[in-house]
Design a protein around this ligand. Structure first.
Ligand code: F6R
Length: 617
């Protein structure tokens, strides 16, 4: 997730853009940049926050049209060269800011290099700048425009696969800013003698509250006095002007009361971004080039060792089930703070996976150093490009969930799970445990998950209602079997963290071996009872709980006609592939924790005693 802004007006573009960018820093702040169109295009970029950028820009820079970007790296390290805007032409003819992911950028890059374009950065965005240049100026050294900016933009968009919100300047189109959108947010602000564009309205709320939301496949041309919007066919579109009534803080959360609720909703796009460019349902293949491992090398492995803490450890636990059940490879999972002190025995053929959303957790880094001291190949799964773990592990897979501001992890967890599914299926393919046909079906089911999460989010009022009923409970229990056991643990952790209620997660079959003594009349017990190989056993566990007069809240599939006979309350998830249902159940549990904390008046985004990144051992 990055933030883009654009300005076309009577004032100096520089000051408006810098001010707007500062309000978008919550979308990422590893580097920033700006281009201003005056007599030519001038570009300035810098690593770090907007203040660093401000410090390197000369005061005399002039121009009334401009674009800016604050970056959350997804392709290429956070450094000045990889920062946006990306330019093409010498002297610069095209300048581009981009939020999104271009999935086919490697193929486009090869083609553009063959045509004579020189690439400076490691980013996917640079292909857009050169493609625009190619369509408008025809040749890398061409300086005379052969078509206008809008025509060139439309030709370029036809070649892009993936997601984008784009702001584009062209040196030969004075007074104009071009925009385009597909699956990344983009909104236009309407002022007097000036118009604005940004990833969200916070960027220009100080200037105007009249906005037009740009839809997928629409393009736009902004000048200081006009806004023209076009549909995918290039026909002018009449758009509704909306008035924003939110205050600044609410706007930063896109109207959600808390970042955590926003991030729970963002799981729909986060999973989509995690998958982008990595799966082909046509061929039944998983491409994880970052793994740097051939199928032959995967076949030679005898064991996977996962290392993580907290929520990431729950993701890793599910990973163990997936590696063993799908790929038939032995897998261990360890809590990092324990791993170092238990003198682990290292087998030949071990492959290590460290999972950490922040990439900075001290315990995880220490465990990685320990396992790497045995020369064990180590993969990091993280959300933060350039974080410490990315410099230490042998290879890195990024979750691409965008910055997570709420302390309680939500979208980074589901993105970690998504990568673990892909890894386990890739291992299964390489080891001959799944055929390409099975993989095709699995990918098709995985692609349905974001839509299924949306269906759960659409029913969040029921979760809220139940959360309010039990908000004052003394203790809460969460039970699950098999793949749902780690999800039960995660449900309990989320509730503890943000509502300060006592909550425990157990393997449902373990209840009778001790924890059942804790059950009292009316204790809420959340039981994940989705269809699958342990369903009947889970129904027996529900009966055990009911026999102690506790209250059962079941998470069940929407087509389950049996569960109503056993559970007191039911929260449904759509029917799905059994293996993938944890990705759905966890969303219900995140919402339950959120609404419980809301009903208890807790500080949801910044819970007491917790930090987003735990950098001490
Ligand atoms: C829970 C949570 C923590 C983290 C843990 C590890 O919501 O966020 O339990 O999962 O501190 O953090 P990372 O994944 O950054 O290593």
């Amino acid at each position: 997730m990055c933030g883009i802004v654009g300005y076309a007006g009577e004032n100096s573009a520089l000051s408006v853009i810098l001010e707007s960018l500062k309000t978008l820093e919550y979308r990422g702040y590893d580097s920033a940049g700006i281009s201003v169109l005056g007599s030519g295009i001038e570009t300035y970029k810098s690593v770090g926050r907007i203040a660093n950028l401000e410090a390197i820009i000369p005061n005399e820079i002039s121009g009334n049209i401009g674009i800016g970007h604050t970056r959350w790296a997804s392709h290429g390290r956070p450094n000045t060269v990889n920062s946006h805007p990306h330019n093409s032409g010498s002297p610069c003819k095209i300048s581009v800011v981009h939020n999104g992911i271009i999935e086919n950028y490697m193929a486009l890059k090869d083609q553009l290099i063959a045509e004579g374009y020189e690439f400076k950065s490691e980013t996917d965005t640079e292909v857009i700048a050169h493609l625009l240049h190619k369509h408008i100026y025809e040749r890398p050294d061409g300086n005379v425009a052969k078509c206008d900016l809008l025509t060139g933009l439309r030709k370029t968009l036809k070649e892009l696969e993936g997601s984008y919100a784009l702001g584009v300047l062209c040196a030969d189109e004075q007074g104009k800013l071009a925009l385009a959108r597909k699956n990344s947010p983009l909104v236009i602000g309407l002022g007097k003698g000036e118009n604005f564009a940004a990833s969200d309205v916070t960027a220009f709320l100080n200037y105007t509250r009249d906005v037009i939301f740009v839809n997928n496949f629409e393009t736009a041309i902004l000048t200081p006095t006009s806004v023209e919007i076009f549909d995918g066919e290039g026909k002018v579109r009449e758009k509704k002007i909306e008035r924003i009534e939110w205050d600044f803080e609410a706007a930063e959360k896109a109207g959600y009361e808390h970042f955590m609720l926003k991030e729970i909703h963002e799981q729909v796009s986060a999973i989509h971004n995690t998958l982008a460019g990595k799966v082909s349902e046509l061929e039944g293949t998983i491409s994880l080039d970052e793994l740097n491992m051939s199928d032959e090398e995967i076949r030679k492995l005898s064991r996977v060792q996962i290392l993580a803490c907290g929520t990431s450890w729950h993701a890793g636990m599910l990973g163990k089930y997936l590696f063993e059940q799908l790929a038939g490879i032995h897998c261990d999972i360890d809590i990092c703070s324990e791993y170092r002190y238990r003198s682990p025995v290292m087998n030949n053929g071990t492959f290590a996976i460290a999972i950490t959303q922040s990439g900075e957790t001290a315990d995880t880094l220490a465990a990685v150093r320990e396992i790497m001291s045995y020369n064990c190949p180590t993969l990091a799964i993280t959300n933060v490009v350039g974080s410490t773990i990315t410099r230490e592990a042998n290879s890195v897979l990024y979750t691409r969930a965008g910055p997570e501001i709420g302390v309680a992890a939500t979208k980074t967890f589901s993105s970690q799970l998504t990568l673990l599914y892909l890894l386990a299926v890739k291992f299964a393919l390489a080891r001959g445990k799944l055929s390409p046909n099975h993989v095709k079906e699995f990918i098709m089911d995985l692609r349905k998950v974001p839509g299924q999460i949306q269906q759960i989010l659409d029913q969040k009022e029921t979760v809220k209602e139940y959360a309010e009923i039990f908000a004052q409970a003394k203790s809460y229990f969460f039970l699950g079997r098999n793949l749902n056991f780690p999800i039960a643990l995660e449900g309990a952790l989320k509730l503890k963290e943000i509502s300060y209620l006592h909550a425990e997660g157990f393997a449902a079959g373990e209840l009778k071996h001790g924890p059942i003594a804790l059950l009292e009349k009316d204790t809420p017990v959340v039981i994940i009872a989705t269809k699958g190989q342990t369903y009947e056993r889970v129904l027996s566990n529900i009966k055990e709980v009911k026999a102690r007069d506790a209250t059962v809240i079941a998470i069940a599939n929407s087509d389950d006609t049996e569960i109503g006979k056993y559970a007191d309350f039911i929260l449904t998830i759509p029917e799905s592939n059994e293996l993938l249902s944890p990705l759905l159940s966890v969303v219900v549990l995140q919402l339950l924790a959120y609404y419980t904390a809301l009903a208890r008046g807790c500080s949801i985004d910044k819970p007491r005693n917790l930090a987003k990144s735990v950098t001490v051992e």
